[in-house]
Write a protein that binds this ligand. Sequence first.
Ligand code: PLP
Length: 424
Amino acid sequence: MATLEIGSARKAFPALKSGYLYADNAGGSQCLGDVVSRISDYLLHTNVQLGADYFVSVNSTNRVASGAEAARELFNAESVDEIVYGSSSTMLVENLTRAIEADIQAGEEIIITGEHESNAGPWKRLAARKGAVIKLWPATQLPEYPNNPYAVGLQLDTLKPLITGKTRLIAFTACSNILGSLLPVEDIVKTARALAADAGVRKLEFCVDCVAYAPHRQIDVRRWDVDYCYFSFYKVYGPHTSVMYVHTPALTGSLTSLGHHFLDVDTKPYKLQPGGPGYELVYGCTGVPPYLRSLTPSGTLEDAWAAIATHEQALLEPLLEYLRGKTERGVRIVGEEQAGLGRVPTVSFVVVGERAIKSRDVVSAFDRKGNVGIRYGHFYAYTLVDMLEPKVDVNDGVVRISLVHYNTVEEVKRIIGILEEVLA
Ligand SMILES: Cc1ncc(COP(=O)(O)O)c(C=O)c1O
């Protein structure tokens, strides 16, 4: 098993040289120097319209096409014709719900979660337009932690009874941006497809939010057997642009084009891409896979993700151990309490009880240090936070410390040191 060489990993990120402790990575990661160079090179040398026959345009066209290939590789999709670029994940899902509208019938059911609203709001609005029914798959208390009501997660047994012969689409997250928990996507899809088929379903599709997943683990849309899947490169060491995978049968059989009527897009991702994405950003994304491949001697993405997962566990364990040790002080981890491969180092907690502390005040203590960035709130997983019992003020939300592979064990110690002061 290859280990991550943290020094060279960090060198690839110019922002990390300052020594600032970036611990709000689930909000957005730092950007690779190579990605920035590619963006600037595109703008300085190939900034023309795509699709013409002159030399520079051919070069630009190829560069933008290589952005689709980079995303294809990260999704493990079969074809670049299954890759859509857009300005944000939120916008991509909104576009998807417009394009799928004609294939949603009144009375059909769409299952959503309380996780990040990008995979909920657009489906709610679609259901309202079409007379479809929204069902919520709630995060429920994990049986392993009977003493912590905030140790919640999405559990397959809670999903099963929601599936009927009318289920048309299940929209869920592969990883929670608050709880840090990873979902067994393949199992969920297999189980749901079997249950729905037994119930005589017309058509069942899955839309999986991988925004909080993609910085930590390898996506595999083919193994997962999902129809739509998306993530944002600004959380995966790239620029502010996002990608969606659309499985070919869904592209051709479920979606109506959002593109101009005279464009021949029936089997092309342009169906979901009304207008060009930011070309320089798309090209910039081509810097992400080579960086990941550079992380281990084998040069494979598989080994890179394995090395990242191992390093991240080393960050997670001391932080969770420290927080579990503060139970009497009123600290409650929101989500899975133990490190392990079912979890990434996105750690949220609240401080309750007689000496409760607002999440905002915990974060202020970090802000006063001036060299550590963490954040509080609901992080757009509004429904998840709003449904926590006993209630927390949804806008004050949780304290979230979110680490990625370029964080170090020394940084975790610094974070714990500040928490020691706050929780004294
Ligand atoms: C889990 C999750 N899904 C979706 C999004 C939305 O991504 P975007 O900002 O690209 O719309 C975020 C952003 O924080 C997120 O954390």
